[in-house]
Design a protein around this ligand. Sequence first.
Ligand SMILES: C[S@@+](CC[C@H](N)C(=O)[O-])C[C@H]1O[C@@H](n2cnc3c(N)ncnc32)[C@H](O)[C@@H]1O
Length: 219
Amino acid sequence: MKRELIKTEDGSHTLYIKEMDEQYHSIHGAIQESNHVFIEAGLSIIDLEEITIFEAGFGTGLNAYLTWEYAKQHNKKIHFVTIELYPIDNEIIPLLNYASLTKSNNQEIFNKLHLAKWDTTTQIDQYLTITKFKQDLTTFNHLHYYDLVYFDAFGPDKQPQLWTDEIFERITAKTNKNGVLVTYSAKGVVRRSIIKSGFEVERIPGPPGKRQMMRGRKI
Ligand SMILES: C[S@@+](CC[C@H](N)C(=O)[O-])C[C@H]1O[C@@H](n2cnc3c(N)ncnc32)[C@H](O)[C@@H]1O
């Protein structure tokens, strides 16, 4: 898969895959989108000191980095469990400008998140521990229980096989009661799958360029 580094409207990078005509983040702003959908709509409403998060699609590591930044700012202890079947090439990592565009500006932590080995757990610092699985979401056997889920697969039009009832059911079975799931998609078919799996779902305002996103609460 050939990935092209492009700049989004807030100045932060994303990756574009020509064969799929799909990018890793919104072209209206990668950092802006991740902050809006995952940090503000998701992480900021979890009222726990210790939080376990599952992310579908580690990608550029942007969500992981913003989660670390939030944990440090709010003195939280986060276990970040993430899955990725197609890790990005090592040469791309130092080109991504995320750390430099955030308040924390910590390239060392960003690198550490990428250097953490696959299929093992790595303590990044006192705020964040990461478990990265290099596995396929469609067959993934969840080992942990989650308080929060970042569902950040490529769009349901591009990869419908990642937005199925079965995948959401397996995630729901491992989500604690009152746990939260956030995704940038607001599609009806996705909403129905998430509800069927055992979440209450609301449509809430999306990031710039996207009218709505979804947030579910495990019943
Ligand atoms: C929208 S991007 C994720 C963006 C990422 N969260 C970030 O912060 O940069 C979707 C990710 O899902 C990954 N992916 C695609 N198919 C997958 C599969 N079957 N299992 C696990 N990950 C997959 C892609 O390689 C890509 O990195």
